[in-house]
Design a protein around this ligand. Sequence first.
Ligand SMILES: *Cc1c(COP(=O)(O)O)cnc(C)c1O
Length: 389
Amino acid sequence: MERTRTQKEGPTMYKIMTPGPTQVAENVRLARSLPCTNPDLDEAFVEFYKETCETISGLLHTGNETLILGGEGILGLEAACASLTEPGDKVLVLDNGIYGKGFADFVSLYGGIPELYTVDDRNAIDAAALERFLAKSHDYKYATVVHGDTPSGMLNDIAAICPLLKSYGILTVVDSVSAMFGEEVDVDAARIDLLCGGSQKVVSAPPGLTFVTLSADAKKAMDERKTPVASFYANLKTFEHYYEEKWFPYTMPISDIRGLRAAIDNIAADKDILKRHAAIGAAARAAVTEAGLSLYLESGFSNTVTVFCVPEGMTDREILTAMREEHGILLAGSFGDLAGKVIRIGHMGENASVSDMTEVFGALDQVFAKLHVPLKVSLRDCFLERLSV
Ligand SMILES: *Cc1c(COP(=O)(O)O)cnc(C)c1O
């Protein structure tokens, strides 16, 4: 299924091959321009909202309830921590990347005591090592885990990690904002209590929405709180009876949600989506290494983003500017400790397209030639060759 993506007019003509926001299909943009109703008073909207939430839950292989919140991915992460954390709660923060470590701030903000489990940021979290740690230390209310830590391209094995945490009675909060739908997520099999997603990564809708999927155990923990949640906007409990009462805690951004629904329907109709991400991810990594560039990670490669080191003798800006100004393609650098060190190609969602990725690697061949970086093979040719085997 080919969807139109070309933007004929508008502020930018860049091809955005960044790890979020990603390109937005025309049917998603058009869905955002449908006539509006009053989402507070029109019950048809409540049905539409609920159906959209149920479609998301279905794609995540669970009957657990999903809630769509009006705010970016960060709101989902904060809402998960705000809703679970009571002052003094101990929380295990699994950290092998920038978003991983970042959870500690949300835990602290709501009075919790984060304990960092910090491991090598070039390798996926080792479930066996975590198991040895947990055997000795497991007195935590919940743990936070990042599925795809986008600044480095890290993919953690939530299917192994989350059941392990649950076996010690530790609730799990998973950030899969940049991985879900490009990587397998099975909420029930992994026993995930709170799963956070966002509109502008693999989902390929514009930024503005987050969604959180909640287990019965997560709801029970929220019900059993002794202290109120120190937030209104980030309190997931405020949605508890929205359907029965036909009432949302704040006015829902109806056009954003119509766009999200079209994007989710695109995903539901795209039966090969995981296979395509896997094939493109593997071919991209092969092209980068065979050309003589180095990948940032040693293991735990996400199929949604490829991260390679900036070759010596140049800056990330030189590469990014040439890609943008000479080829009309936006790639990303990174941030935190990785700022200036790596280039990121986001091949998630709508960006997981063979033709777009061929264009990216063709342009990178030219940019590296211009910057006098000798490549052992053409990135573009190697990408196409690897894709076909
Ligand atoms: C993009 C992203 C988020 C959400 O960040 P926003 O700034 O709200 O887009 C959260 N977690 C991860 C891993 C992400 O990649």
